[in-house]
Design a protein around this ligand. Sequence first.
Ligand code: UDX
Length: 437
Amino acid sequence: MHISVIGCGYLGAVHAACMAQQGHTVVGVDVLPEQVAQLSAARPPFFEPGLEELLGESMSSGRLTFTSDIADVAGARVHFLCVGTPQKPRENAADLRYVRSAMDALVPLLQPGDVVVGKSTVPVGTAEELAAQVHQAQPGATLMWNPEFLREGHAIEDTLRPDRIVYGLPEGPAGVEAAAVLDEVYAEALASGISRLTTDLATAQLVKVAANSFLATKISFINAMAELCEATGADVTMLADAIGHDDRIGRKFLNAGLGFGGGCLPKDIRAFMARAGELGADQALTFLREVDSINMRRRVRMVDLAREMCGGSIVGRRVAVLGASFKPHSDDVRDSPALSVAAQMQLQGAKVVVTDPQAIDNAQKRWPDLAFSASTDGALEGAEVVLLLTEWPEYVGLDPHALTDLVAAPRIIDGRNCLDPQQWREAGWTYRGLGRP
Ligand code: UDX
């Protein structure tokens, strides 16, 4: 198949490389010339395990190219819409400007039989508007919705072997034909037995935000339990293990700690609430406001705990922050809980040094006033309290005995409950976890 991928950020770059790997001819389009130049040199503009190799392979096979000229999609019959839908500044709603400009550029180029496949996370109702725009410009073309569920750090496996594939289709023969075209695109995944669910357009758009809202709720639920554990002396990690044994609950996404961040969960639950308000159904999602507040409270709790550990004040105290990305195996610092805590502590007078294996460049751009160290030892040297805020394997595997002489005071707060408290205490450290005694 000849495919175009419009928008080559996180989602689009990975999708384009994976589709080329599956044997399709793919042209990736992006409005940022720098992004196109980097991708054309097989250099991913962000860190994602395996992507550089995949880009290299697909580009040397000649099946994958990148361009900033939308006219280059002319030969493609399937057009994936993968542009970002960030949160609007000072508002909760999603900013659809990139979706609109991409569609305005694409529709004049559509041919009869073309299929436009929306993958971006959009407020429900957007696809119906875009379907009308496509129909008006080219009645022989069809728009369908095919949400993605990829996790950063696992983006390639999630794209090639997703848990499920959802097709949101318009009614009638156009929908049936569009589904057949996408079946050809996903032939390899479908042949391996991955479930394919067909829905109407509205349901397909809702599947994505409903899934992310559920995941966010699960994390905030266990973090609310962590607050109760802190009030009672109980241990939230044992609690999560015990309730997670119930198949109906499940242990995944029950890791209490500093809470969720990144480019998806926080903005998606806020945009979902905003959209529900527009639809007159805001009451249905008021619980998400609480999910958001529980999540933000964890950051405040972390700063309070650090202050408590430093004897009541963090002013002038040397604080080491391990981790800047919003989660391990990613250099993404969007809405990073770790950086938010680091910045808050600096604002309150602490001398903070942040380190991270991948995200320092991005972190520095976003938080230029923070101090960074390229090495873990550099961040730890002279620290009066250590905060482990992103559970990179290199931090989880640190040997507490080897670090005692490096720090000024052996005190650590495990913001992701990923260390063995006994091991650290036996090495002479004062250890605190979130929601642990
Ligand atoms: C998420 C969804 O998982 C994915 O399906 C969707 O397509 C995009 O949004 P991602 O943002 O890459 O993916 O990260 P994810 O692995 O879901 O983690 C999100 C945040 O939750 C991270 O900050 C992580 O540290 C936090 N988290 C996750 C917890 O605090 N506890 C957990 O148990 C799990």
